[in-house]
Write a protein that binds this ligand. Structure first.
Ligand SMILES: Cc1cc2nc3c(=O)[nH]c(=O)nc-3n(C[C@H](O)[C@H](O)[C@H](O)COP(=O)(O)O)c2cc1C
Length: 577
């Protein structure tokens, strides 16, 4: 069947078309809002895409959820002899999809299920009788014949810990599951009108991926090596015409999230998904109000990661179900980290789903209050599944939290604003000079020092040389003499490395203890989170006013990350940093 012979219908249906050699798409379609979760709120319907590759062996990718079980299987039966199906590949599992899977498996008793290790564990718990038919991927290639070699890439995120993408070398189609989708229902199969999809794509990203931008970036890195020509997502149009642009958009949107001025750690656990749905709605409220959200599914994150995020965030929100009168152990651990690590000036929030008593929510709220944290919204308690009204309330709570966070921040910087009103115009103009934000590292035997500076520029081509202006109080005595060595670490926009070296840092005396470093050839430290570094030797220095101008030649340098841009220091006035 060709993509041009498709029909339009406004009741639920399954659209079938060929999208590559031996490859069919089954688009289970609804023009109505499928569920009440925030991601469906634009009311443009959606498609649940499943794919069938029929070579010497046959593989079915991602059967839809239970809303479509019956019509999907009816349509599938028209194109596939069920007794010949060899594999069912799953990009993720959830109870909704398991319902369709259960019916399907009863009709294809010979098929093997291919999925990630966490998905295999979940399926074995749900269907112990299927254990021998479940195969977790291990970097192996699945050969379906006729050039269809399937390779698998695990893409775990807080929301889909079991995420898996599948790549077919014969068609160069990458089956991306939850990545690169959009909730929109149309007859058009591909993305010819990709500009018209921008709004839906962006909204889908914001709802599903913005709170897990860090993990999505890791996934993009892994997938970039495959050289895919087409993305076949779980929802919305197949991406054929705008693959590069869409990939670039994902990168930019991830960067955009991470470079927001304010960030909130959203810590949660959810055994049955109710608390997770609330977490997503709260995240939406925060993101729509310009706050970055770092989602932490406490069942998956390790303590070091929680520690790092809780330490650097501006606000924190904890969500928990109540199970047997308690919060799950992972939430208790996370709460312990918050109480010991997070500054008491950080704004906090609490939410959760419960059945009858809800002790976990009360416990978290009282511990935070006792420790003197201010709550950024009134604690949200929900019995079992949240209703659309409750989700709306969660979203509003996220928005309210964001506004509170901004107010707190404004209050703290109000002194600075008052001063600015009196700064003369020359100083304001001088403040428009900007520089790359860098950390200069020096070494005195076993002692390492780091100085944050943006007063830096290239000074010569031949030899390659730089100029730095350093104040006496910056304590940079190890770079004042010809022959002194240092490393210039050029910071990356969107990372928060600067806070370890700021004069107002409360993160301890040794900034390097919190950072990943390696030693340069000249013995000083390279920050692995920098965008690039330069190893330098001081040639000359000149005392000028309240600064020393230091000229140094560059002995060696390297770019550590090809993606991303240099962090810049913007100032309102030339009279202070
Ligand atoms: C094994 C089990 C134990 C539970 N114990 C409690 C409890 O002690 N108190 C309570 O209020 N709810 C209890 N519940 C209800 C859950 O808190 C409720 O189902 C909640 O929606 C789960 O949230 P989640 O979907 O985010 O995991 C229990 C549920 C299960 C399955």
């Amino acid at each position: 069947m060709s993509a041009n012979t498709l029909t339009t219908s406004h009741s639920r249906d399954v659209q079938v078309a060929e999208i590559g050699k031996n490859t069919l798409i089954f688009r289970s379609r609804t023009w109505d809002r499928l569920k009440f979760e925030v991601e469906y709120s634009r009311q443009r319907g959606t498609t649940a895409n499943s794919y069938l590759i029929q070579a010497d062996k046959k593989a079915l990718i991602d059967p839809p959820g239970e809303s479509f079980t019956e019509i999907y299987l009816q349509q599938l039966a028209q194109h596939l002899d069920f007794t010949t199906l060899d594999y069912i590949v799953l990009g993720h599992v959830n109870p909704n999809r398991s319902a369709t899977l259960q019916v399907l498996l009863s009709q294809v008793p010979q098929a093997t299920i291919i999925c990630s290790r966490p998905a295999a564990n979940a399926l074995k718990t749900a269907f112990p009788e299927l254990e021998s038919r479940i195969q977790a991927v291990r970097g192996d290639i699945l050969d379906l014949g006729q050039g269809h070699h399937l390779s698998f890439v695990t893409v775990p995120t807080p929301r889909w810990a079991d995420g898996l993408c599948t790549y077919d070398s014969a068609t160069k189609i990458l089956y991306t599951d939850k990545l690169f989708g959009a909730h929109i229902c149309e007859d058009t199969l591909f993305d010819e009108d990709w500009k018209g999809l921008d709004g839906e794509r962006r909204y889908y990203f914001e709802c599903l991926h913005a709170p897990q931008a860090k993990q999505v970036e890791v996934a993009l890195d892994k997938l970039s090596a495959l050289g895919a020509r087409c993305y076949a997502p779980a929802h919305g149009p197949v991406v054929r015409y705008s693959l590069s642009r869409f990939t670039y958009d994902y990168r930019q949107w991830c960067q955009g999230q991470k470079s927001q001025e304010l960030s909130v750690a959203l810590l949660y656990a959810s055994a049955y998904g109710n608390t997770a749905i609330m977490a997503n709605a709260i995240a939406q409220g925060l993101i729509q109000n310009g706050v970055n959200v770092e989602s932490i599914n406490c069942e998956l994150a390790d303590s070091a990661e929680i520690n790092r995020i809780v330490e650097t965030c501006d606000g924190l929100i904890i969500g928990s179900p109540t199970l047997a009168g308690h919060a799950p152990t992972q939430i208790q651990t996370a709460l312990g980290i918050v109480l010991s690590v997070a500054a008491k000036t950080k704004l906090a929030g609490v939410f959760g789903s419960y059945g009858w008593s809800g002790e976990a929510i009360d416990l978290i709220e009282s511990k935070l209050k006792d420790a003197n944290y201010q709550l950024g919204f009134e604690t949200i308690r929900v019995r079992f599944s949240p209703t659309p009204e409750i989700l709306q309330q969660c979203q509003e709570a996220g928005a309210f939290f964001a506004q509170n966070l901004k107010k707190t921040k404004k209050l703290r910087s109000s002194r600075q604003v008052v001063t600015e009103a009196h700064v003369d115009r020359t100083e304001q103009a001088v403040g428009r000079i900007i520089g790359s934000l860098c950390v200069v590292t020096t070494r005195d035997e076993e002692t390492h020092k780091g100085v944050l500076t943006s007063w830096i520029s290239q000074a010569t081509f031949n030899p390659p040389g730089i100029m730095i202006a350093i104040a006496n109080e910056q304590n940079a005595d190890l770079m004042h003499h010809p022959g002194d060595k240092f490393v210039l670490n050029i910071l990356k926009e969107g990372r928060n490395v600067r806070r370890y070296f700021s004069r107002h840092s409360t993160l301890g005396d040794n900034p390097f203890a919190n950072l990943d470093t390696k030693t340069a050839l000249n013995g000083c430290l390279i920050l692995n989170e920098a965008l690039a570094y330069l190893e330098c030797t001081v040639q000359n220095q000149l005392e000028c006013g309240d600064r020393w101008l230091i000229y140094a030649v560059i002995d060696h340098g390297e770019v550590l990350e090809n993606e991303g841009v240099t962090a810049l220091e913007h100032r309102k006035s030339g009279s202070y940093y």
